[in-house]
Design a protein around this ligand. Structure first.
Ligand code: GLV
Ligand code: MN
Ligand code: MN
Length: 410
């Protein structure tokens, strides 16, 4: 075990400070990808990377990778996550993984430790997908799973494109994408669910990530007077959207515990009390740890939406916003995480991840694993997201050990 130790105060102070960038009046953060607040957060993190003597590069999709040289050259052992947030984000989602990675480097510097292999800390562009779909966009392009030009051309919910916004905030970098070499990747993240908190377990050893399917539906009906139009003569786009939302919930009950469905965005037009909606734009987020079940749920949802629209005389269009199969992390690395947690006297349990993470993209290119710490009451994507300071520090200490073991292995 290395002599280096996480400085808890320094880690917590850095989380609090980054949390003020894009901070919301009642607590929490709004740093949607590639906005001015994201730029400010990026500049702040890059400043810390440079202060630690790391070599910083920015690639063409705006991913930032900072390398702490090893005794030998070669592909780095990498950690990291994202610093973009949803509109109503907390201080820890993503930011914790990035700042804990930098705290590991600071701790190694304090203890005058140089690992054999280089270490890298990265933050990836647009992990959330809340402004531009798909989510995990930066890590997907980094890995070579999405052509750069397609990503740059992606239009967000406010009409701007990824490419325009990257240039505007000065993060359309020079480093190429899709040709990167990484020795291994370990992402530290808050659980964002209730399991560890409820069971009183300190560390989650993440075995994989469930599959994700995001569909955007656009329904076109006919606006008419809400008082005069007989029920059988309506082409009500809002009604069909409500039917699909109800169907999605019922579908999760039929499929059982691992099937998740969320209608998270819904806009009716013209959105007035006495006008039948002529348009409904809404999203359905389906997830399942079982890829085949997810595919079946998706097919059922689509055919229900088409039928419900046809029954109401409403046109139905759909667009796939994101689609990722379930991922299994590297069993040897997963075991290494478990051993490190136990060696530090932490209680731990194996678990899948309910949320999407950059690690699921990195898993396509190198041995990958994740470490979870508890989220109080399982709250995340919520300004009340919270993890106890002692748990944040404990997770970072496990990360430190795993990174040093990987970087020093023969
Ligand atoms: C990303 O945070 C997701 O899982 O939606
Ligand atoms: Mn996250
Ligand atoms: Mn998130």
């Amino acid at each position: 075990m290395t002599a280096a130790a996480i400085n808890g105060q320094r880690l917590l102070a850095s989380l609090a400070e980054l949390g003020t960038v894009g901070g919301l009046p009642g607590g929490g953060v709004c740093r949607l990808a590639l906005t001015d607040a994201d730029k400010e957060g990026r500049d702040w993190v890059v400043g810390r990377m440079r202060a630690l003597g790391m070599e910083v590069s920015v690639d063409a999709i705006g991913n930032v990778v900072a390398v702490y040289a090893g005794r030998e050259d070669g592909p780095p052992v990498m950690t990291g996550s994202h610093i973009d947030t949803v509109r109503t984000g907390g201080l820890y989602d993503g930011n914790y993984g990035v700042l804990a990675g930098l705290e590991v480097i600071a701790a190694l510097r304090d203890a005058d430790v140089r690992t054999r292999r280089p270490l890298a800390v990265a933050f990836f562009t647009n992990e959330e997908g809340a402004r531009f779909a798909p989510d995990m966009m930066g890590s997907l392009v980094f890995q070579g799973g999405m052509p750069l030009d397609d990503a740059l051309a992606t239009r967000g919910i406010d009409g701007a494109t990824v490419g325009e916004e990257l240039r505007r905030i000065g993060y359309a970098g020079a480093a190429p994408v899709g040709t990167n070499r990484v020795d291994s990747f370990v992402e530290l993240h808050i659980e964002q669910g209730p399991v560890l908190d409820r069971e009183g377990v300190q560390i989650g050893v993440v075995e994989g990530v469930q599959g994700i399917s995001w569909t955007e539906f656009t329904l076109h009906g006919v606006s008419n007077h809400a008082g005069t139009t007989p029920m059988h003569m309506r082409n009500d786009a809002g009604y069909v959207a409500a039917c699909v939302a109800t169907f999605a919930r019922a579908l999760t009950q039929r499929y059982g515990g691992n099937q998740i469905a969320t209608v998270g965005a819904l806009t009716l037009t013209p959105n007035l009390v006495n006008v039948i909606p002529n348009k409904a734009l809404f999203t359905v987020d389906l997830r399942n740890t079982d890829g085949a079940a997810l595919q079946a749920a998706e097919a059922e949802l689509w055919s229900f939406a088409e039928q419900a629209a046809a029954d109401e005389g409403v046109a139905c269009e759909r667009r796939m916003l994101a689609r990722f199969d379930p991922v299994r992390f590297d069993p040897v690395l997963v075991e290494r995480v478990e051993r490190a947690a136990r060696a530090q006297g932490r209680s731990c349990r194996r678990m899948p991840s309910g949320a999407g993470h950059d690690a699921q993209m990195l898993a396509r290119m190198c041995p990958t694993a994740m470490i979870f710490v508890p989220s109080v009451k399982g709250l995340s994507h919520n300004v009340k997201e919270h993890t106890e300071p002692a748990d944040l520090v404990a997770g970072a200490q496990v990360l430190l050990q795993v990174l040093v073991e990987l970087a020093d292995r023969p």
